[in-house]
Write a protein that binds this ligand. Structure first.
Ligand SMILES: *[C@@H]1O[C@H](CO)[C@@H](O)[C@H](O)[C@H]1NC(C)=O
Ligand SMILES: *[C@@H]1O[C@H](CO)[C@@H](O)[C@H](O)[C@H]1NC(C)=O
Length: 322
């Protein structure tokens, strides 16, 4: 109590925070203030990559830096539907597929991947307002939300925990669908958002049956890929990110339902979960590759997030013909 009386600076607030929560780091990192993203690397020695890492995520994908790579193949993903649990973790909404041996295993291969990955989780990041929320940005533009499907390398590791342990190579894949506000939602997303009123508070969870990872992604073979990190602490640099080149749609009502979710438990709901995105990280000369062939002649129809954007790739100018 004595500390409390004299604490006026941010450092002291941090100490007060520590008094209450030293036992459980997981509980008290946040997306703002003194336990926010700028401090994650200082909170826990195992999270030092959040501070020191040079291959971090998310990034801003500026069209001018995209490199067309003809070696990139389409992604191959199983159609199977999975069951699992969706949870309000106090930081995010996370769906975890059941892992008992007899259940469906959804594999993804191809694309930039050298290994087979088993899809395991879905994370949703979103903003309090439509002008922010996604982690990845395109040309400096944020989307109101981003859905990330996370899988682990099942050729090399027995489960997600093992794939994430420090110094593991090629541990995870992150498939990202940026979400755009629209009148009609992605049909599969409705299965997820229909459960939101059961997980308003931290720690609450709900069962989801028969969810298709594949149907959550936009229908396109085109993507952008780079090597990065998990966007939650400890920021492990073991993720191959694949950002689909088309958004999926989310309605205003669904965004509203997301924005009603709280960071705290029922007795102490605290602030909304919204704005749970990590800020853009430096690229540090990493290569950002795409299988979108910008060299196609003008006038050919090409999928792109923007109808009127000019890309410059391999020093050639290209316009999608609109
Ligand atoms: C996914 O891969 C596992 C082996 O890692 C295999 O047992 C399973 O049948 C595959 N799933 C499908 C749908 O092919
Ligand atoms: C992951 O695999 C390791 C090594 O096989 C095992 O010790 C651990 O219990 C597994 N964890 C989970 C959550 O299944």
């Amino acid at each position: 109590m004595k500390t409390r009386a004299i604490c006026i600076s941010a450092i002291c607030q941090l100490l007060l925070h520590l008094e209450g929560a030293l036992s459980n780091w997981e509980d008290w990192w946040t997306y703002d203030g003194i336990s926010g993203p700028n401090f994650w690397g200082l909170l826990n020695p195992d999270w030092k990559l959040c501070d020191k890492g040079r291959r971090q995520s998310p990034i801003n994908m500026d069209p001018s830096i995209l490199l067309f790579d003809p070696q990139l193949r389409p992604l191959q993903m199983d159609k199977l539907r999975v069951s699992g649990t969706i949870r309000n973790t106090g930081h995010s909404i996370i769906f975890d597929a059941d892992t008992t041996p007899e259940v469906a295993v959804v594999n993804v291969t191809g694309g930039p991947l050298s290994y087979k990955y088993r899809l395991q989780q879905i994370h949703i990041h979103y903003g309090r307002e439509d002008n922010r929320g996604s982690e990845h940005m395109i040309g400096g533009y944020a989307f109101p939300a981003e859905l990330q499907i996370i899988g682990y390398n099942s050729d090399l590791y027995p489960n997600m925990t093992e794939a994430l342990r420090l110094h593991k190579n090629q541990g995870l894949v992150g498939l990202s669908a940026l979400m755009q506000s629209g009148d009609l939602s992605n049909a599969e997303l409705r299965i997820v958002t229909s459960k939101l009123d059961e997980i308003t508070f931290r720690g609450q969870e709900a069962k989801i049956e028969h969810l298709s990872f594949r149907e959550l992604l936009p229908k396109t073979d085109f993507y952008v890929t780079y090597d990065g990190s998990t966007t939650l602490p400890g920021c492990y640099e073991t993720v191959t990110w694949i950002v689909m080149n088309k958004p999926i749609f989310i309605t205003k009502q669904q965004l509203h339902a997301l924005r009603k979710l709280k960071q705290g438990d029922k007795p102490t709901p605290k602030a909304p979960l919204a704005d749970n995105f990590r800020p853009i990280q430096a690229l540090n000369h990493r290569v950002v590759r795409t299988n979108i062939d910008f060299r196609r002649p003008r006038g050919t129809h090409c999928p792109t997030m923007f109808q009127d954007l000019k890309y410059r790739v391999n020093s050639q100018s290209w316009n999608d013909g609109s």
